[in-house]
Design a protein around this ligand. Structure first.
Ligand code: HSE
Length: 300
């Protein structure tokens, strides 16, 4: 029988990666949370409520179980089983960091149950390797606005207080984009002009977020590394961008690898939500919207 009978409870935020020009390096934690409970056991049991209730595996094939086992291996501890209860609010395969939340939550929970053998920075490094890129997991672990990179094979990140007075509207169409596909359609090389264009924007976006000067967000959210290709997977995206800007929206981007669309604004929330729904509808796509705030904290 598992010795430690403690149940750990925590929540982990949704995340929006890239934010336009920050491909694989910028992200924002969002105030939408999966709530998870974990307990060591001699069997594997997973219960999922909410998002993914019908789709996610509830046995050893569940991603969270695999990640818990991974952490046990890293800690050199034997794994006999785990009971997991997840109440999920993060929509799956919509570019809102659901798999990063599952990875980060599992690493965090397992680490707590083992008595914290690893620091948060180490969990981030594991998560980054499991996810394949560091951006979403950085925001899911540290919260706020994050800049992440790799250094000598290790993932590193800086987290800043989330933007204040800025509302985040998410337009979530009812079709999936799988990240693997959205990565495979990207070119292997980019032109110098496109790289320089995007570099300037990524610097500007980071400075705008950190200094909380949002006047430049419209230009700062422009990207030429992935959005020109991925925009084609999201019918209506360009029309949404244009109309949101006309409505006074501050910046628009594809959330992660899509298909969700993110708009930063300080006003006209209802009108921007309507633009998103109506434009997707004109493209024969049903959608919902969420008005979210940035999350100041990561998993806890
Ligand atoms: N940076 C990753 C990508 C995020 O754009 O593929 C995936 O959510």
């Amino acid at each position: 029988m598992a010795k430690n009978n403690r149940t750990v409870k925590f929540k982990v935020p949704a995340t929006s990666a890239n934010l336009g020009p920050g491909f694989d390096c910028l992200a924002l934690a969002l105030g939408i949370y999966d709530e998870i409970e974990m307990k060591l056991a001699d069997t594997v049991q997973v219960s999922v409520k909410g998002e993914g209730e019908k789709e996610l595996a509830t046995d050893e094939n569940n991603l969270m179980v695999k990640v818990v086992q991974h952490l046990f291996r890293q800690a050199g501890k034997p794994f006999s089983g785990i009971h997991i209860k997840a109440k999920n609010a993060i929509p799956l395969t919509k570019g809102l960091g659901s798999s990063s939340a599952a990875i980060v939550g599992s690493l965090y929970g397992a680490n707590e149950l083992l008595g914290r053998p690893f620091k948060r920075e180490e969990l981030f490094n594991f998560a980054s390797h499991l996810e394949g890129h560091p951006d979403n997991v950085a925001a899911a672990i540290f919260g706020g606005f994050t800049i992440s990179w790799r250094e000598n094979g290790d993932a590193k990140a800086l987290s800043f207080a989330p933007p204040s007075n800025l509302k985040v509207i998410l337009g979530i169409p009812d079709f999936e984009v799988y990240t693997i596909r959205a990565r495979n359609i990207l070119p292997a090389v980019w032109s110098k002009e496109d790289v320089v264009f995007t570099l300037g924007r990524a610097c500007l976006l980071s400075a705008s977020m950190v200094s909380k000067k949002y006047d430049f967000l419209k230009a700062a959210c422009e990207d030429r590394l992935h959005e020109p290709y991925r925009g084609k997977l999201v019918p209506g995206y360009e029309q949404i961008r244009e109309q949101v800007h006309e409505m006074g929206g501050l910046g628009v981007a594809i959330s992660g690898s899509g298909p969700s669309v993110l708009a930063f604004t300080s006003k006209n929330v209802d009108k921007i939500r309507k633009i998103m729904v109506d434009t997707f509808k004109k493209n024969k796509i049903k959608s919902t919207t969420i008005l979210a705030k940035a999350s100041a904290f990561g998993v806890k």
